[in-house]
Design a protein around this ligand. Sequence first.
Ligand code: ZN
Length: 632
Amino acid sequence: MPSRNTIPLVATLIATVACASTSQHQTATPPAPEIATGSQLQAKTAGMEKRDGFIPLYLDAKQGQIYLEIPRDSTRALMFVSLATGLGSNPIGLDRGASGDSYIARFEKNGDHVLVVFENWNYRTSALDNPAHARTVLEAFPPSAAAALPIIAQDGQRLVVDATEFFMRDWNDVTGTITSSNEGSYSVARDRSSIYKPYTKAFPENTEVDVALTFAAQGRAGQIISSIVPDGKSFTLRQHISLLLLPDAGYRPRVLDPRVGYFGIVFKDYAQPIQQPLEQRWIARHRLERVNPADPSSPIRNPLVYYIDRGIPEPIRTATKQGVSWWIEAFDRAGLKGGFRVEDLPEGVDPMDARYNVVQWENRNERGWSVGGALSDPRTGEIIKGMARLDSHRARTDYNIYAGLFGADAAAADTAFVLARVRQVSAHEVGHTLGLSHNYIASTYDRGSVMDYPPPRVTVNASGDIDISSAYAVGPGAYDVFAIHWGYGIFPPESEKDSLRTIVEDGLRRGFLFLSDADARPEFASDPRTNLWDDASTPTRVPAARDGGAESGDIQIRRAQHPRRGADRASSGALRSPLFPAPVRAQFADQDDWWDGVRKRCPWRPRPGDPPYRPGLPARGTGVPDFGARAA
Ligand SMILES: [Zn+2]
């Protein structure tokens, strides 16, 4: 999904393909057959299966071809690229439902072909009343002519083009991903690739094309690939492409405020006054409108609906639905009552259909990321389709944490513990698909956001027993309500700026601070409060509590858990992993989040009485077992 002009919704997935360019996808222009006209169009498409819609489709089952009926020369469309099915490997990362790039595509007649031109929205001018200036920008930065589609028939303005090779192209850069994973060299095997008809459809405002692409090895098969697929020399993935009617001008972009955590788009505006930066940032968010825009009590006209994958097994599915539903409360409390809904994905609907926001189940060979992605309009940042993908190993990981604390006996309590975390991570990933970025400082003000990374809150009670009764937060945090109010609040245009400023000032007064990945992950990250897996109000409180301070620290937890977690209590299948998570929890947090960060990254130094630094523990990326730090 990330592209040059887009702030990615998931910061951990930044490194992917850049925008398509002519050279990247250059192919020889095939000779066009003689163009049929008028009634000949019908003769030309006779026997083909027509799917009428925004851009009608013709399917030639015999030849395995797909044709588009471009309504008229220079038709424009939003084009989304995604991966419908997965390779099943977290290390390689070609996942079911993964969002790719977004383009503004223009279909331009050029002789006996139609060019597919991707417009360049990275460079713009807001001086729309000065066409001469607009021309200086337009002519300074090139578009990409991505393809030339042979015209096979024309009727009036309608142009029927052969788009088979266009759709069969490796739009998700599967081959590049495999190469960069050191899994060898693969390319699309056209003789083993085909249109996938069940999910190739057209609707009034979107045309959906699904193709099964087979990738074949040029030399030796990749090691990981061979361990997953029946024959490592080839595998087949389904690629999905959506062509949508361009959203109308009714959406009002919202300028990013760095004090509130939203992803979005970045572009350069050459009409900005010299005192202002060229670089402009607008947030990513869905369109939300009232029936009567002038009336703040008017109901929401177009509530956001999120659809839950029917394939998620129970009881996780219900917990997922409950967690996603936390956003109902967040929108209600933000003054946008009824602005968010959760439903089951209707039977028969393709989860890749651009009209549906989907929460999807992600099976892989091994534990991996849960991800919140989205496809949006690169001109405005308007999110058109949210896609949250929940890793199916998550519950097992959480069970292992539980078993590390209490032993591996099956109990109702372990299910409750696991489902509490499932609710939290479901809300978290959907938060990303609403445009929200991580907020790692929210844990310093009482679990202020579901967009933080939450360790389980494990304490020891007066009887010396481990207490997980409030292991995970329930419902949206106060910051989340604040962020939705700021990002989705509907205001009259003339007072919008003032309203947004007031919301931020009020939020700051209430302590709703925002610091994100750039403040927490790099070695030079600047603030000791922005740790990924902490649960305390100050940097000094966690280590003090951990080593047996006023609160129940991890030393006490380890004492309390120790007699309970003998190998004899563990089931044989669970022996390998359940026993390590809790014991290393403190080490992981110690080294990675506190001492490593505080000592190396910040001027803050331990004071007399602070617990000692433990140099013998491994640093991040050098062998610390990752027991659950996988909420992307
Ligand atoms: Zn995340």
